[in-house]
Write a protein that binds this ligand. Structure first.
Ligand code: SIN
Length: 519
């Protein structure tokens, strides 16, 4: 087999990518591509665990109900049913295969509590190191049978006859290569790094979504970016996540006068859905105040949360004061590449899974710890689907005749990435309004010639410039969607349309690149 050809190409190196690769590798030749190294991704950073109705006292119906309530009825109900119903069994299979989750002294699984859950149903591994432990275990499972290509960034989705059949990559030395496969899976994560305050790895910047869009795949729900309420905030920078599990163990939010800020805002107070907690913090900060997470009630904090304790000590936060300074940061993208329940996108041969995909499971606001479960359930679904699909007829010598008309608009110098991130934070952040979104959209449109002519420009661009152009394009789509949705629902909050509107209930905004012209 040629080194540039596989049965399946998986782009991304997080949990969804590795699980898909693990499930497929027994029967197919799988290549995994990551633009950084295999330990730099959001899954590796995930402190929070896996939500699943695994306890005898719990039911999948209750988990279903909590998911839809947090998602503000924007969820695709079939997706939620699959997630909550199949989750416990698939999790059990992983445990039987050797993945260890935390147990109490009697050997019974320890189940944690997080925001908007009606039951304790969160499994953790190593306290707050769930993502890291799962990733390490998965690498040990696949290292002998899956080729992982590091430091190669996908810069184009290759298509032929309206079918996706490969990817073009560039490495750190600027060398370009093309790879082909019957099935191309995008497990590339979301877009949190478009914002200046984020819990995401810098590589998770939405570029892959723009690539899929340019190739013709439909994107949807782009107006829904979840902000995690508690990012540790030191010297005007966010330095890491303080897991919601800390509030699950009794921590609460106070302002700089020591007043609890969630009292009277929601019956679940500090464990209200994330969008509500983030907005309450945002309002305090907007008034010029500060917000702290008071951890005085958390028993054995350092033992239970070793990663967070280490981070605080490292950042010079005195733990004896029990007050951790926090701000909200972009955390999870509910939108993404539109897929069905099997991960099929609107472009033949291209599939998406995990945060990169949008099958509607999270609605307008993801329920805490549902994303690792999403990875487990939908990676397996996708793998089973691919194993039953005929192989595409991919040829290595693709010609790429699809080019676009040359723009006569002048090219402004590209902005700094930090400028884009600050603009997104300010105008497409926790609370939006038409004026700010229009300003953002107009600012982004000035760079439109770059993404419209990326094919022609590409050879002369550095990798950083190429990434930035795709970040500008996906930001433009996010701003357009946020402007179009004239209501507030879940993570999308418009100060000029503060209520949820019946007219928008279960309506999704979809985006598809114009049909390309053959020249
Ligand atoms: C957290 O631990 O608070 C994050 C987990 C999640 O986003 O589900």
């Amino acid at each position: 087999m040629s080194p540039n050809y596989g049965d399946v190409i998986v782009v991304g190196s997080g949990l969804s990518a590795l699980l898909t690769a693990k499930y497929l590798s027994k029967h197919m030749n799988v290549m995994v591509f990551t633009k950084s190294n295999k330990y730099e991704n959001n899954s590796f950073l995930a402190q929070g665990g896996v939500a699943s109705a695994i306890a005898d006292t719990d039911t999948w119906q209750e988990h279903f109900h909590d998911t839809v309530l947090a998602g503000c009825n924007h969820n695709e109900l079939n997706s939620v049913e699959l997630l909550t119903k199949l989750g416990p069994g698939m999790l059990q299979e992983l445990m039987e295969a050797g993945m260890d989750f935390d147990k109490d002294e009697q050997g019974i699984l320890s189940l944690g509590m997080e925001g908007a859950h009606s039951q304790r149903r969160i499994l953790h591994a190593g306290g707050d190191q769930t993502g890291k432990r799962m990733m390490q275990w998965l690498h040990s499972q696949i290292s002998h049978c899956v080729q992982v290509v590091e430091q190669e960034t996908v810069i184009k989705v290759l298509t032929e006859d309206d079918r996706c059949c490969g990817i073009k990559t560039v490495n750190r030395l600027g060398e370009r290569k093309s790879y082909y496969a019957s099935h191309i899976v995008f497990a590339t994560g979301g877009a949190g790094a478009l914002y200046s305050y984020t819990s995401n790895d810098p590589s998770v910047n939405g570029m892959a979504l723009a690539l899929a869009y340019q190739a013709g795949a439909i994107l949807t729900d782009l107006e829904f970016m979840q902000f995690h309420p508690t990012m540790l905030h030191v010297n005007n920078k966010v330095v890491g996540l303080v897991s919601e599990a800390v509030r699950g163990e009794g921590a609460y939010l106070v302002n700089d006068h020591g007043k609890r800020i969630m009292q009277g805002i929601h019956p679940l107070e500090d464990l209200a859905p994330r969008d509500i907690v983030s907005r309450a913090i945002f309002q305090e900060l907007d008034r010029g105040g500060k917000v702290y997470l008071n951890i005085e009630n958390v028993i054995n904090f350092e033992e239970r949360f070793p990663t967070i304790s280490y981070m605080c000590t490292n950042q010079g936060i005195p733990m004896k004061n029990n007050l951790l300074p926090v701000v909200p940061g972009a955390h999870f993208f509910m939108g993404g590449i539109k897929t069905d329940l099997n991960g099929e996108t609107s472009l033949k041969g291209l599939y998406a899974v995990g945060e990169a995909a949008c099958n509607g499971v999270h609605g307008a606001n993801r329920l805490a710890s549902n994303s690792l479960l999403e990875a487990i359930v939908f990676s397996k679904k996708l793998a089973e689907h691919l194993l039953n699909k005929p192989m595409g007829n991919c040829r290595e010598k693709l010609n790429d005749p699809l080019t676009k008309a040359k723009s006569d608009k002048p090219f402004l110098p590209l902005p700094a990435k930090s400028e884009l991130q600050a603009m997104m934070m300010k105008h497409a952040g926790i609370v939006r309004h038409a004026e700010g979104l229009q300003k953002l959209k107009g600012w982004l449109e000035a760079y439109q010639p770059y993404w419209q002519e990326i094919d022609r420009l590409e050879v002369d661009l550095s990798l950083e410039e190429t990434e930035l152009i795709f970040m500008l394009q996906i930001s433009h789509l996010i701003a357009s969607a946020a402007l179009e949705r004239e209501e507030s629902r879940g993570a999308h909050c418009r100060s000029d349309f503060p209520q949820a509107s019946e007219a928008w209930l279960q309506k999704r905004i979809v985006h598809q690149e114009k049909i390309k012209l053959l020249v």
